[in-house]
Design a protein around this ligand. Structure first.
Ligand code: SAH
Ligand code: DHB
Ligand code: MG
Length: 215
């Protein structure tokens, strides 16, 4: 029988349970530990260890060779994606803040995946058109400014191969998805355009993770 509490997750995902499953399935080696420990000048808003691990597994399942990320921060999610790529695969990750990009490059280099990742500095809306020459892509992961998710989502659908995957973090918009605000409208636009172009779901991570497979 359906269980309201387990569907919301509120009852069972205790800190102890989450510590345990993260330790068993998503333990950090030195590379991940370094990228997860964001310096004080950066917000600690990277994906969680299990979300990072999910990104890695999805990249492997979809046999992703060429991926794009919007929002690099210190390179933690980029490291999960990069480690899933086969030899010759590549990730282009877009970051607005030059200081974040510099830290990310150091972290990715230290983890041995520096040559597989290009960190592009600039606003997503400016940088993405320049990446089109490398496409079509197998995966696009969106995790940057929420007011532009509809724009990034449209770009992803236009630049993914059929069967490629689009992912969007913070799909519940910190609980404000239904609000009549600019980010609310943009995030709902993202959900709806992904649902229209893909087989899709919003995975119930703490803040929602949209996954779509382009038709
Ligand atoms: N994906 C990362 C976390 C990204 S946090 C991880 O899980 O490890 C969001 C990042 O997006 C921040 O570093 C922020 O500087 C960047 N950002 C904000 N606005 C942006 C824009 N317009 N274009 C690209 N990056 C942007
Ligand atoms: C914020 C951004 C994120 O991408 C996230 O996962 C959590 C918080 C933020 O801007 O506060
Ligand atoms: Mg996020």
């Amino acid at each position: 029988m359906a269980d309201q509490d387990s569907r919301t997750g509120a009852r069972y995902a205790t800190p102890e349970v989450l510590d345990y499953v993260n330790r068993v399935h998503a333990a950090h080696d030195a590379g991940f530990a370094r990228a997860f420990a964001t310096p004080a000048f950066m917000p600690a808003i990277q994906v969680g260890p299990s979300e990072g691990r999910l990104l890695y597994l999805l990249m492997k399942l979809a046999r992703v060779q060429k991926a794009v990320e919007v929002g690099t921060l210190a390179g933690y999610s980029a490291m999960h994606i990069a480690r899933a790529l086969p030899a010759g695969g590549h990730l282009w990750s877009v970051e607005y803040e030059p200081k974040h990009a510099a830290v990310a490059r150091e972290n990715l280099e230290a983890a041995g995946v520096g040559s597989r990742v290009t960190v592009e500095v600039g606003a997503g809306r400016e940088v993405l058109p320049r990446l089109e020459v490398h496409g079509p892509f197998d995966a696009v992961f969106i995790d940057a400014d929420k007011v532009n998710y509809d724009h990034y989502g449209r770009w992803a659908i236009a630049n993914l191969r059929a069967g490629g995957i689009v992912l969007g973090d913070n799909a519940y918009l910190f609980g404000k998805l239904a609000e009549d605000s600019e980010p609310g409208r943009a995030m709902r636009g993202f959900h709806e355009l992904v649902a229209a172009a893909c087989d899709s779901v919003c995975i119930p991570t703490p803040d929602g993770l949209v996954l779509g497979i382009k038709r």
